[in-house]
Design a binder for this molecule. Structure first.
Ligand SMILES: Nc1nc2c(c(=O)[nH]1)N[C@H]1C(S)=C(S)[C@@H](COP(=O)(O)OP(=O)(O)OC[C@H]3O[C@@H](n4cnc5c(=O)[nH]c(N)nc54)[C@H](O)[C@@H]3O)O[C@H]1N2
Ligand SMILES: Nc1nc2c(c(=O)[nH]1)N[C@H]1C(S)=C(S)[C@@H](COP(=O)(O)OP(=O)(O)OC[C@H]3O[C@@H](n4cnc5c(=O)[nH]c(N)nc54)[C@H](O)[C@@H]3O)O[C@H]1N2
Ligand SMILES: [Mo]
Length: 766
């Protein structure tokens, strides 16, 4: 039964144990799952396919969390999507089921090809499948007529082979999940401090005097992060959250591996202050903090009291402070207050907590990166950190907390539609072919190209492109314009059903499964959010004898398309050490790769900014100056007098992994058995004349004359700041306009959608 009942317990603890147990017992493979789980994140065991959070350095502890357990369990299901399944279900019928049902059908066992006549997928052999891909790729007028998507679970080895093949084919069309995720972090940080990755390591969390968690819900999406947060609070450090929603994990945490705490049913707080900004208001809030610091610094100069800024750091290591301070002077308090959604008293309090700490870590995730002005917001965070020298010292730094377990590694391996010159030069020197130099397509650009009929072939290395991307009906129609769509996947999802004229499903091993090649059992490597690279060995017997590893599938396609150019693909995949040797020869930081991964716990790739070496244009860390946006709502909407009822953020429930829905519950938010819900403040419900529990349509506002609507959502009265609403992704992706993306990032603005609500009349409900 679907219902809504506020949750009062702490995050993790008993609730998590009960949930994990249920998910194990609900699976037909409970024993195998437990075996895999016990090996998760152990030396020479399995890297958790959940999130990108790093490992706890101490050994001998079972390091997994509730949602990691779900990710492992999901892969190790007992249910089969085999030729008999496809014989039974036509694609038109499969399309009538929701995403939850589709993925619950189990693991795909055979390579399959779509047959339009019967509207069914039919089994096909691997060599025939590779030939079909090759023949389509060879028939294109230009290599730029293909799109090669990557989801961030792919291993370093698979990603490296993939980019090598695609560049040898001749294009940089690498749309990836990162384009919808932390793109802004990469762009903003590279420009400001010369590297696009986090500057902190796991150990730094234990040394920080203050940790800011901005626009992130670790209790659900990075549960292992709750431990260092609560430890920080415990030892008297400040943990300051910026989040419009009161996320349970950011309030209280019960350690599921502390017997005493579990017995006493105790829990500990995970924050010392909680600020609830407007959606998109973080830049104004951070600007306000910086402006307070600047006032205090001026006072200290005048009165000869201790400095507020780290003057020596600023003088030695930074560039652009004068322009930045001028920008602070030019920003009005009124603008800061109205745009941030916080009072000046709150901002002053946050600024004071920041000032009193000698070492500060700033963490952020999708609440910061999925806005129009995300790059500017991240650069504002960086500038604030530079004011007190909080980059490149112990216990301090910048931590964009990554999503997919290897999304950071995939970029390091060259999955990048705007590749750095250094990478292209290295590939060219090593493999002796002319690499393509022109920039390729991001996810949004790829959809536009497909929409305009310019794309012939789409290949997806994992992921669920049609559901993860914005503007769903348009993305679906765009995909259907392709001649061939290929999905390398583990489970059935909607991207298999929204196809080009020809379509293939190529089933691969999951990370939990043993990968045996000619030379024996293979491991694959991944990079976590702290730039630690380690090896992962699958523990379970492959679900079907026909499954191939992602690397083997890419090698198969490459060989059928390019023969042995520029490498002998089959020879490479016989032993992944050979792939790693090529990585060692071309990717910075991977010298002696095969020996380094023997280290328990992996090795650190290093980070120049963390060493206070600034690979920027000026050679210094750069204060970037940006005016606060005039208004967060698109100017054309105000001009057209289209005032929204509310601003909507689209986010994850506790029981989903991106487009994979594990259950219809969201325990910490008290929602059970339903996902078509919209969380709204009680006062807003009154203002709009909508009852708690009433069904509504959500319509988004944009200036292109198109209607974007989702229907029959249940309005729930919830503790959301006034003027805001929240709902789940991917159900609400039809509301995000393709053209509504971040400045320079092309990241869809999934956390800022202007909406109106329409009551369902008897007629619209029919
Ligand atoms: N179990 C599980 N783990 C996951 C994933 C998953 O789906 N399930 N996904 C993985 C991936 S790919 C990613 S990218 C990460 C995502 O991890 P998160 O970024 O934590 O994911 P979201 O659910 O999108 O949550 C965004 C948070 O930001 C807040 N927020 C929204 N808008 C704003 C804003 O304007 N300002 C501020 N300050 N806060 C805001 C929301 O209230 C919410 O708490 O998690 C990874 N880990
Ligand atoms: N509205 C809205 N849209 C968003 C977001 C949002 O917050 N709001 N978040 C965005 C973000 S941060 C991201 S990262 C993207 C995610 O976009 P994607 O990475 O494309 O989506 P996932 O849902 O993670 O992909 C799930 C599918 O991956 C396949 N899969 C799982 N494991 C494996 C494996 O080991 N190998 C292979 N080959 N396939 C596998 C399965 O078939 C499964 O169906 O979505 C983005 N879209
Ligand atoms: Mo992500």
């Amino acid at each position: 039964m679907s219902h809504y009942k506020p949750y009062t317990g702490p995050a993790a603890g008993w609730g998590a144990l009960v949930s994990v147990t249920k998910s194990w017992l609900g699976s037909r493979n409970a024993v195998a799952n437990i075996k895999a789980m016990l090996k998760t994140n152990q030396d020479h065991g399995l890297d958790c396919p959940g999130c990108a959070w790093g490992e706890t350095p101490e050994k001998g502890m079972i390091k997994f969390c509730e949602n990691g357990a779900k990710a492992v369990n999901w892969e190790a299901t007992g249910r089969r999507v085999d030729p008999a399944f496809f014989e039974k279900h036509a694609v038109a019928e499969l399309l009538t089921h929701d995403d939850y049902w589709l993925e619950s059908q189990g693991r795909i066992t055979h390579p399959m090809r779509y047959d339009a006549k019967s509207d069914r997928y039919k089994p096909i052999t691997w060599p025939a499948a590779f030939e079909i891909v090759a023949s389509h790729l060879k028939a294109m007028n230009s290599p730029d007529e293909a799109e090669f998507y990557t989801s961030g679970r792919a291993s370093n080895e698979a990603a490296f082979l993939y980019q090598l093949f695609v560049r040898a084919l001749g294009t940089n069309n690498f749309p990836d999940c990162s384009n919808m995720c932390h793109e802004a972090s990469g762009i903003g940080m590279s420009e400001s401090i010369g590297v696009g990755k986090g500057t902190v390591r796991f150990e730094d969390f234990a040394k920080a005097d203050a940790i800011f968690v901005i626009g992130q819900n670790p209790g659900t999406n990075h549960p292992r992060m709750l431990e260092p947060l609560r430890e920080a609070v415990h030892r008297g450090a400040q943990v300051i959250c910026f989040n419009p929603l009161k996320e349970r994990g950011l309030e209280r945490f019960q350690h599921p591996q502390s017997p005493l705490e579990m017995l006493k049913n105790d829990s500990e707080p995970t924050n010392t202050a909680y600020f609830r900004p407007a959606l998109g208001g973080d830049m104004a809030a951070i600007r306000g903090m910086a402006k307070f610091l600047w006032q205090w610094e001026q006072a200290s100069l005048k009165n000869n009291t201790p400095a507020v800024f780290d003057r020596e750091f600023i003088a030695t290591h930074t560039h652009g402070i004068d322009d930045y301070l001028e920008q602070l002077d030019n920003t009005s308090w009124q603008h800061i207050e109205s745009q941030s959604g916080l009072s000046l008293a709150e901002i002053e309090m946050a600024a004071n907590m920041y000032r009193k700490a000698d070492s500060v870590i700033m963490c952020w995730a999708m609440g910061v990166t999925q806005h129009v002005h995300s790059v500017a917001t991240i650069q504002e965070i960086i500038s604030l950190q530079l004011l007190r020298g909080n980059v490149g010292k112990p216990g301090a730094g910048l931590s964009p907390v990554r999503g997919h377990s290897n999304v950071q590694g995939d970029r390091t391996m060259g999955i990048d539609e705007q590749p750095p010159k250094q990478l292209l030069d290295a590939l060219e020197a090593r493999f002796k072919f002319n690499v393509p130099r022109a920039h390729g397509h991001t996810t949004v650009k790829a959809i536009e190209a497909m929409e305009h009929g310019k794309t012939k072939v789409f290949v997806g290395l994992g992921g669920n492109f049609v559901q993860a991307a914005p503007d769903t009906p348009r993305t679906h129609a765009a995909m259907q314009n392709c001649d061939l769509t290929v999905q390398i996947s583990t489970k059935l999802n909607r991207s298999h059903l929204i196809t080009g004229k020809d379509a293939l499903i190529l089933p691969c091993l999951g990370r939990t499964e043993m990968d045996a090649q000619q030379s024996g059992k293979q491991g694959v490597t991944v990079e976590d959010t702290f730039s630690m690279v380690h090896i992962s060995y699958g523990q379970l017997k492959p679900f079907s004898p026909l499954l191939k590893s992602e690397s083997a599938i890419i090698a198969g396609i490459a060989h059928a398309t390019l023969g042995n150019h520029p490498v002998d693909w089959q020879w490479l995949i016989a032993d992944y050490d050979r792939i790693r040797q090529l990585i060692a020869e071309t990717i910075p930081g991977f010298t002696d790769f095969n020996n380094k991964i023997a280290n328990p716990g992996g090795f650190y790739l290093g980070n120049p900014a963390a060493e206070r070496q600034w690979l920027t244009e000026s050679g210094k860390a750069q204060f970037m100056k940006h005016a606060l946006p005039e208004s967060l709502i698109h100017p054309e909407l105000t001009a057209a007098d289209q005032q929204p009822d509310l601003i909507l953020q689209t986010m994850r429930s506790h029981d989903q992994y991106n487009t994979t829905v594990y259950s219809l519950n969201d325990r910490y938010r008290g929602v059970y058995g339903m996902r078509d819900v919209i969380f709204i403040n009680e006062a807003d419900l009154k203002r709009l004349g909508i009852e708690h529990g009433e069904k509504v349509d959500i319509v988004s506002l944009w200036h292109d004359g198109k209607t974007r609507r989702v229907s029959g959502f249940t309005a729930l009265s919830f503790d959301v700041p006034a003027g805001q609403a929240a709902a789940y992704y991917p159900e609400t992706n039809p509301l995000v306009p393709l053209e509504s993306y971040g400045d320079r990032t092309f990241t869809p603005t999934s956390k800022f959608v202007a909406i109106r609500l329409e009551k369902r009349t008897a007629q619209t409900a029919a």
